[in-house]
Design a protein around this ligand. Structure first.
Ligand code: OTU
Length: 626
């Protein structure tokens, strides 16, 4: 379809006052949108007609955007770097664990403001599958908020409240799969052939077995295999994750059209950042691990193009827990961009690995190997999240120096499961083989050893242990805040909250140790946050000091230069620009570092020069004196 005729499909439903701008955006992004979709679905009979109806849907949804969101679109289209500044700070939580429901989250906004949060990622809150639902990652309907958390009106009120104080709401867009009680899945089970085509359904095991030969497993213990027999389908459904999460068939253009409209409807409710969950898995190709396939990137580039046309104020964030070499593709190319943000899961895992090894080697490899980003793009840095620390993203870095990567990562995994001499209180994830490494779970405070020092420290009996654990906690947060990304705090970390072991008594959770790091906000520690005589108060004050320092240091903005200086094996010396140096001692031993010139500690405000001593597990942010 020539561009000129297709634009009428787009503009028909756009209010007169917005048509000129919409036409300009389509002129800029329509070629990429059409190109990606033609590459994906051009062989489908009636493709151009399908494309025209897609544009009509996009135009209608663009036209339905509120004036406030349309204004945000215009402002952000004019300032594409709006999310790269050193003031940007994220916070991630579950709705119920942070505020009970969406209205309760609104009451926590002053806490977010005190922390300096500008971006709030609420974990899944749309209507989720009844019963087991993978913490909400099994979506039963994209069209309504889960009644336990409130209503669509509550969501729109919350996004309005957040926007009014400069906080952007991020939500999971779970586009790889839907719950087996989603209307599409129900329809397929009831014999609707069109809806059956929304999924990958095989009549017998021949093709699943062929695929399985090259596939990995996400939950090898709790949900082995990637296919589930569904009697009502008289076949095997593709289920990368839990059996009740049915992978969508993205080779079907109807799936693309349905999910594109879903994203824009959610954007019109005020969601400003979409966390594209499991986005590595979207395209299946026999003989591969069905991750990071070229067509998956075309799908995301098409989503980016349509968002740039219909809702340019929105960001797309790739949740692709894959080796670092695979990550640049998720940003696309300047001429055909993909996602604005991607999780730097290798940096997160390497930082924890360095702590276990008391050697900065892994994190140095990852920082040195972090590829440059296209314009208007950023990494997301984080210490912990609701998921496991996935060790296999580090196989390449762990092999450096003639190490056996499997053995090296297994040793790290054992360390965080509380192995010999470890300060950590964590658990292995989906692996009972001590010589294998899949993932590790635990709250940051528990993994750094703060959990055991809580009570003793108050009595002073174990204050050294608490002080060392506190340094390890701040070391990791200092790296995440100093690296040059959009850093995201995980709820509870600001209070030094420890593991929640109650999942073991829940039959629907006991098989998934990720629930260790999904506690309710500890109201007692929350009440202590301003009291430095308490452990929670000491953590809160120290973290806020780091955030405050970062806010006034332009060198710490996401896009500012990053370089490594030579240092002892246990020390990461990260320079940002010409006048900022971060030193991180990943060991329990004091380390020396030769400073060149005069510097001032950005937190302690004292002068430093010459050979300085880094205390065990210490970090320092230094500003060069003029
Ligand atoms: C993502 O998971 C979510 O973050 C998990 O909470 C969900 O269980 C999962 O998708 C299914 O929706 O890499 O890209 O290792 O850390 O599966 C998918 C387990 C993911 C998760 C991993 C992650």
């Amino acid at each position: 379809m020539p561009m000129s005729s297709s634009i009428h499909h787009l503009l028909n439903a756009v209010p007169e006052a917005r048509r000129a701008e919409a036409a300009r955006r389509y002129a800029a992004h329509g070629p990429a949108l059409h190109g990606c979709l033609h590459s994906l679905y051009g062989d489908t009979p009636g493709f151009e007609q399908w494309y025209g109806s897609l544009l009509s849907a996009i135009g209608e949804l663009h036209g339905a955007r509120s004036p406030a969101l349309a204004a945000l679109d215009t402002a952000r289209a004019a300032q594409p770097d709006w999310f790269l500044g050193q003031q940007m700070l994220g916070y991630c939580s579950y709705v119920d664990r942070f505020g009970g429901d969406l209205r309760g989250v609104a009451k926590r906004i002053p806490h977010l403001q005190e922390l300096g949060v500008r971006y709030l990622h609420l974990l899944p809150f749309l209507k989720m599958r009844e019963g087991e639902n993978d913490g909400g990652f099994a979506v039963a309907s994209f069209e309504e908020v889960d009644p336990r958390f409130g209503s669509n009106a509550d969501l729109e009120a919350l996004t309005g409240d957040l926007r009014s104080v400069g906080i952007s709401l991020c939500a999971d867009f779970i586009l790889n799969h839907v719950a087996d009680d989603h209307a599409w899945a129900r329809g397929a089970r009831e014999g609707d052939e069109r809806l059956r085509q929304f999924f990958h359904v095989f009549p017998d095991r021949s093709q699943p077995d062929a695929y399985e030969r090259a596939l990995g497993q996400v939950f090898p213990q709790a949900a082995p295999g990637n296919f589930t027999h569904v009697p009502a389908l008289a076949g095997w459904a593709w289920t990368t994750f839990y059996p009740y999460q049915w992978d969508l068939n993205w080779s079907n253009p109807e799936v693309f059209a349905a999910m594109a409209a879903t994203l824009l409807r959610l954007a019109n409710r005020g969601i400003e950042v979409f966390r594209l969950d499991s986005t590595a898995f979207l395209w299946k190709r026999e003989g591969t691990n069905c991750m990071n396939q070229p067509e998956a990137h075309l799908i995301l580039q098409a989503m980016r193009a349509l968002a740039s046309i219909a809702a340019p104020g929105v960001l797309l964030k790739a949740e692709a827990i894959v080796p670092m070499r695979e990550l640049p593709a998720y940003f696309g190319q300047p001429a055909q961009p993909e996602c604005h943000i991607a999780y730097h899961s290798s940096l997160m895992a390497a930082a924890w690995g360095a702590l276990a090894e008391q050697d900065a080697g892994l994190v140095r490899s990852v920082v040195a190997g972090t590829p440059p980003l296209p314009p208007h793009a950023s990494w997301l840095s984080y210490v912990r999240c609701h998921d496991d620390i996935g060790w296999n993203v580090l196989r390449a870095e762990a092999a450096e120096g003639d190490h056996d990567p499997q053995a090296r990562l297994a040793a790290i995994s054992r360390f965080f499961a509380g192995g010999e001499g470890s300060f950590a209180r964590g658990e292995a994830f989906q692996s009972s083989d001590p010589h294998a490494a899949h993932g590790s779970n635990g709250m940051a405070a528990s993994l750094v050893g703060l959990e055991d020092t809580g009570s003793a420290a108050i009595s002073g009996a174990d204050s050294d242990a608490e002080a060392l654990a506190m340094r390890r906690l701040l070391l990791l947060h200092g790296l995440v805040l100093g690296f040059g990304a959009l850093p995201v705090l995980y709820m509870g970390d600001e209070l030094g909250q420890a593991n929640d072991y109650s999942f073991r008594q829940r039959p629907d959770r006991a098989m998934d140790s990720r629930w260790l790091q999904r506690p309710l906000l500890d109201e007692q520690r929350f009440a202590q946050r301003h009291d430095s005589s308490t452990q929670a108060g000491r953590v809160y004050a120290a973290l806020r000091a780091l955030v405050a320092a970062r806010q006034r240091l332009p060198a710490l903005a996401a896009g500012e230069p990053r370089s490594l200086l030579p240092a002892a094996p246990a020390v990461l010396a990260l320079q940002r620009g010409e006048a900022f140096l971060a030193l991180y001692n990943f060991s329990g031993m004091s380390q020396q570092f030769p400073l060149q010139g005069q510097w001032t500690d950005a937190i302690e405000r004292r002068g430093l020069s010459g050979e300085i001593t880094l205390a065990p597990w210490a970090m320092h942010w230094l500003e060069r004196d003029n």
